[in-house]
Every structure is written in structure tokens, then in C-alpha cells.
Design a protein around this ligand. Structure first.
Ligand code: PMP
Ligand code: GLU
Length: 388
């Protein structure tokens, strides 16, 4: 074994991807697994999007594009950010990446230097701390509580700032909690970040999946100062059921975006040309399909909550967005043990909360049919009765 780059040696693989893959593997072996693991919509990519990709292939649109994405797609993204988020960006301020994950990674690499601190509210999406570690920067966790529905408060944020603080990673609606920040909460966070010169990565990937009346607000839209300190991240994976197509994007100050483009020039080059054509079609179409998907997710969320209500000793905070129910199973032991035991004993795949920094919790996705949700939660209930 050679000596591995010391930063990469520190990186742990993604539990979300690993457990999702394991559930698929078991299914392929004929095991009747209910998967509450995968953070991806189970709906098929809409036909009009597929058609745009087929047309791109048949029309020979199969060559390199500019590294940061085609002008056509970057214009469509600017139009979307203006229309939906009241954000003014020019095509030169957009870098299209191979998924939002890639765009966040590149933003972290460009902005964070060795020893600088990146604030990450807990519970967090599994990939944030690992990306920060790859950059040689230091993840600084902000512990949130159930009382504020796992949203970071201005006091908690202020108390976490040191002279080394470079950036905050915000994710609303949140993976894994489904919490959505209000405009007022974001304004308070923006004011602190501006006062202390802290950059923000605003991961807006679940923007279209909100079930409450709380409108989605993107923090960069709250004023010129915070706009200049924010990298807005979004993508096509969740809203258009396009996880496999790998299209995400970053929008931000032109100089920072220039460095992101340079980094991309020497790593992936452009995201797939065919997927870019599909993304243009997706962003230009009406949002009827998204609405239908959101309505179904809402029904599933309510169903999953009502079924979990029937399990004594398990609680959760109602998710207002995304497609995750983050449940407190601490009465049943350690998250990783519970997740293993539930998979082995009753063939239900869930993600243990410690992967998100929250020991004692399990993340259940409602990215599966109502029937499978009933089946899976009933099995978990039977498991709790057995081990109690
Ligand atoms: N951010 C969050 C919070 C996510 O849950 C995901 C899901 N994979 C992503 C970013 C990245 O999505 P993608 O790379 O598929 O665009
Ligand atoms: N974001 C999804 C999840 O959390 C997909 C897997 C991943 O990329 O982490 O399950």
C-alpha cells in the first residue's frame, strides 16, 4: 500500500451511497428489501427531457462544450434564478458542474485554504465535512437542537465564529431534517455573515420540494452584500428526477466563478453535452411535473409520519421540505447498530444518523410508493416490538 495523500486518507466514503448500493444489491439477489435509504426521487425522468437528450445524440451534440457549460444552458439557468429566486446573475457568473455535489466541491476547493474553518450546522449532509477536509480546511460543527427544528440560530452562529472562520454551508430545505429557513431567519444569518466577512455556500437543491406555506428564499437574494459573499448552488437531480444525468450548477461573484472554471478545466472539463441539452429543456418547460411530484411526496410524508406515530418511543420533527423523515430512535441504541439490525432482521434500509452527525437518529426517505412505505414502517414497528 503506498502512502496515501494525507487529506484523502482522512476522507470517509459516503454512507448514503453505500447503504443505497447495498439495498440495491440485496434486491438483485432476490431479497424483498424496502429501501428508505436512497435520497433520490423514484419517479422517471419526464419524457420531454429524455427527448431533448435523444435529439442531442441524433443531432451530433456529442462533443466537448465550454468547461463551465454551454452559453444556452447558462442563460437558461440565469433565467431560472431570476424567475424563481429574484437573483440577477450573468452567464459568466455560472459554472455548470457534474451534479450539485461537484459544484459544492469545487466551491469549497476554490474558497477554502489549509487551516481555515468552515461552519457546518449539525445535522449535516454527509458530504460537506469530507469536502472541507479534502480542501485541507477544518469543519467546525454548530450543534442545533430539536427546539429550533434543527435550524441554526443567530446566537449559535455568532458563538461559533473565530478569526479563522471562512465560510458557512447552509442547506434549506435540509437533508437530513427537512427543515426550511424563513426569510427572517436567513436575514439574521446574512447580517452576521456580512458583518464578519464570512462566505456562504447556499445549497438550494431541495428548493422545489417544500410542503408548507413558507416560501423558499435563497440567501443571496437578501441584499447586495450577502449576494457578493454567496455561492448559490442548485441542480436538476431532485426537482426533475435527473439524479443520473449529473447536472448541477454554481452561481456567484464572477472572479470566484473564474477560479471554479479553471479548476473544472483541469478535472472534469464540461458536464456531459447530452445532459446539458436535457437540462435546457427541463428548465424551459412548465413546472406541472414538479408540482405533481411534490404533491405525491407530501402525501407520502404525511403517511410516513402517521405510521411512525404508531411506534412508541420514536419521535421526529415534521419536515417542511425535501423527502426525508429524521427520526429519533435513541431509545433503541446506537444508530449504526439499529440500522444494521433493521436491515438484517426485517430487510428495511435506512441511513444511521451518526453519518449526519446525529447519533440516535435514523433517516428514512419517502422516495418509494405508499404501499412500500406502509410495508417498511410496519416492519420497523415489528422490529421495535421484538427488541424492546
Ligand atoms: N446537496 C444535498 C443536500 C443533497 O442531498 C444532494 C443529493 N445528492 C446534493 C447536494 C447533490 O445532488 P447532485 O449531485 O445529484 O446534484
Ligand atoms: N443526496 C442523496 C442522499 O443523501 C443521494 C446520495 C448522496 O449523494 O449522498 O441520500
Amino acid at each position: 500500500m503506498p502512502k496515501i495523500n494525507s487529506r484523502i486518507a482522512e476522507v470517509v466514503g459516503s454512507t448514503t451511497l453505500a447503504i443505497t448500493a447495498r439495498a440495491k444489491e440485496l434486491k438483485d439477489q432476490g431479497v424483498d428489501v424496502v429501501s428508505f435509504a436512497a435520497g433520490e426521487p423514484d419517479f422517471d425522468t419526464p419524457d420531454y427531457i429524455k427527448k431533448a437528450a435523444v435529439d442531442a445524440i441524433n443531432g451530433g451534440f456529442t462533443k466537448y462544450t465550454p468547461s463551465s457549460g454551454t452559453e444556452e444552458l447558462r442563460i437558461a439557468i440565469c433565467d431560472k434564478l431570476k424567475r424563481d429566486n429574484n437573483l440577477e446573475y450573468k452567464p459568466g457568473q455560472i459554472v455548470v458542474g457534474c451534479g450539485a455535489k461537484h459544484s459544492i466541491f469545487n466551491a469549497v476547493m476554490v474558497l477554502c485554504d489549509a487551516g481555515e474553518e468552515v461552519l457546518i450546522p449539525v445535522p449535516f449532509w454527509v458530504s460537506y465535512p469530507e469536502m472541507v477536509k479534502v480542501a485541507g480546511a477544518v469543519p467546525k460543527y454548530i450543534q442545533t437542537t430539536k427546539e429550533t427544528h434543527f435550524r441554526v440560530t443567530p446566537e449559535q452562529l455568532k458563538a461559533s465564529i473565530t478569526p479563522k472562520t471562512k465560510m458557512l454551508i447552509l442547506n434549506s430545505p435540509s437533508n437530513p431534517t427537512g427543515s426550511v429557513y424563513s426569510r427572517k431567519e436567513l436575514q439574521a444569518i446574512a447580517d452576521i455573515c456580512v458583518k464578519h466577512g464570512i462566505y456562504v455556500i447556499s445549497d438550494d437543491i431541495y428548493e422545489k420540494l417544500i410542503y408548507s406555506d413558507e416560501p423558499f428564499v435563497s440567501i443571496a437574494s437578501l441584499g447586495k452584500d450577502i449576494y457578493d459573499q454567496t455561492i448559490t448552488i442548485n441542480g436538476l437531480s431532485k426537482a426533475y428526477s435527473m439524479t443520473g444525468w449529473r447536472i448541477g450548477y454554481a452561481a456567484g461573484p464572477a472572479d470566484i466563478m473564474g477560479y471554479m472554471k479553471n479548476l473544472q478545466d483541469h478535472s472534469t472539463s464540461n458536464p456531459t453535452s447530452i445532459s446539458q441539452k436535457a437540462a435546457v429543456a427541463a428548465l424551459k418547460a412548465s413546472e406541472e411535473g414538479i408540482k405533481a411530484m411534490r404533491d405525491e411526496f407530501k402525501v407520502r410524508r404525511d403517511l410516513m409520519m402517521s405510521l411512525i406515530d404508531g411506534i412508541p418511543g420514536v419521535s421526529y420533527i415534521k419536515p417542511d421540505g425535501a423527502f426525508y423523515l429524521f427520526c429519533d430512535f435513541s431509545k433503541f441504541g446506537k444508530s449504526s447498530d439499529i440500522a444494521k439490525s433493521i436491515l438484517n432482521d426485517v430487510s428495511v434500509a435506512v441511513i444511521p444518523g451518526d453519518s449526519f452527525g446525529a447519533e440516535g437518529f435514523l433517516r428514512l426517505t419517502f422516495c418509494t410508493s405508499q404501499e412500500r412505505i406502509r410495508e417498511g414502517v410496519n416492519r420497523i414497528k415489528a422490529w421495535t416490538e421484538k427488541v424492546r
